[in-house]
Design a protein around this ligand. Structure first.
Ligand SMILES: Nc1ncnc2c1ncn2[C@@H]1O[C@H](COP(=O)(O)OP(=O)(O)OP(=O)(O)O)[C@@H](O)[C@H]1O
Length: 335
């Protein structure tokens, strides 16, 4: 478990991280997303203790790492394994030697190093590449070796800093699958720093949006994607573009949790409203471990908005009027 509280980082007069509050439970995967310059890398460097925070605490399994120094700090660093963008492997060392590095650095006896490296290569499916050099490996294979090296000292937290950046979708998928296995089989708590929303949708249990050094929105992914009024929700699961709205209809953007809503909600909504509901775009898929539906529907503009909202709410559906160009046909968009 990792608990970040009141974390602040300043360089001179510039505050780059401002009061970060983030908790990741045991064997959970949290993703931190945000635009370029938001402070993601700085957060990563503070968490793996490459940088000292200016204020606040970072506790792993209840122990505040920011309070430590010297030998204690060196020991505590073992709790956090890091996987970097493009793996950061040493070119002159083989895959196996790269994985062995942190073990040798911590004085692990050679016989144990060999055993552990073998175990790790097996874990990440790379036994057949043990003696290859990084230049002889694909990007995805290098990343697997990077993950194995990050796990070498049995950390309870794995920090993945843009680890899938630059990988093709299929390779990204296989790396995410590996991270999921580490969470489920080894109980590792994983913090993923990424700018890729596909990554968040693919593996995260929890998501936090960083902007100008602050967390502006966070929550369980399954919950965030259901928020109809949230920017993070819209960037995580954009509503697909709507086809032409029938004349005299208003467009509504709709989100719902497929596990909690009747699969027949659309027909019921039509019956209760006494009008047909036009489906203009729709996507129902799994995200954050739950089925999430998002649609744009067209509903007769003659029906009061409050009534539409009430009927949909009664069916467990969050709905928001789509305004602006194309939002309403045959009527001025609402202010
Ligand atoms: N050592 C430093 N000294 C001064 N300012 C810094 C330092 N490191 C980072 N910053 C500033 O902190 C802000 C956040 O940088 P950071 O690299 O953490 O952002 P990021 O979200 O990781 O961006 P990107 O996605 O582009 O990597 C930037 O405005 C950057 O200029």
């Amino acid at each position: 478990m990792i608990e970040i509280s009141g974390l602040t980082k300043s360089y001179g007069a510039t505050t780059v991280l401002d009061g970060i509050e983030l908790t990741v439970g045991d064997a959970r995967i949290a993703a931190v997303v945000g635009p370029s310059g938001a402070g993601k890398s700085t957060l990563a460097r503070c968490i793996n203790l490459l940088e000292r925070p200016t204020g606040g605490t970072i506790a792993v399994n209840g122990r505040d790492l920011t309070a430590l120094s010297g030998r204690e700090l060196r020991q505590a660093r073992r709790e956090i394994g890091t996987v970097f963008q493009s793996a950061n492997l040493l070119r002159r060392l083989t895959a196996a030697q790269n994985i062995a590095l942190p073990l040798r650095h911590h004085g692990v006896p050679e016989a144990q190093v060999r055993r552990r490296v073998h175990e790790l290569l097996d874990r990440v499916g790379m036994l057949h590449r043990a003696h290859h050099y990084p230049s002889q490996l694909s990007g995805g294979q290098r990343q697997r070796i990077g993950i194995a090296r990050g796990l070498a000292l049995h950390p309870s937290v794995l920090l993945s800093d843009e680890a899938t950046s630059g990988l093709d979708p299929e390779t990204t998928g296989s790396i995410l699958e590996l991270l999921r296995e580490l969470r489920d089989d080894l109980g590792v708590t994983i913090l993923v720093i990424t700018h890729e929303m596909d990554v968040v949708r693919g593996i995260a249990d929890h998501v936090a949006q960083l902007d100008h050094g602050r967390i502006v929105e966070q929550g369980p992914v399954a919950e965030v994607v259901r928020r109809s009024d949230s920017e993070l929700s819209r960037s995580l699961l954009p509503v697909p573009a709507a086809v032409v709205t029938p004349d005299g209809h208003r467009e509504w953007s709709v989100r719902y949790d497929a596990g909690e809503v009747s699969p027949y909600w659309l027909a019921r909504a039509g019956r209760e409203l006494g009008a047909d509901v036009a489906v203009l775009s729709a996507l129902v898929e799994e995200s954050g471990g739950e089925g999430v539906g998002r649609l744009v529907v067209g509903i007769d503009a003659g029906i009061e908005e409050a009534r539409v909202r009430a009927v949909l709410r009664g069916l467990g559906i969050a709905a928001e009027r789509r305004t602006g160009p194309g939002g309403i046909v045959g009527e001025e968009p609402a202010a």
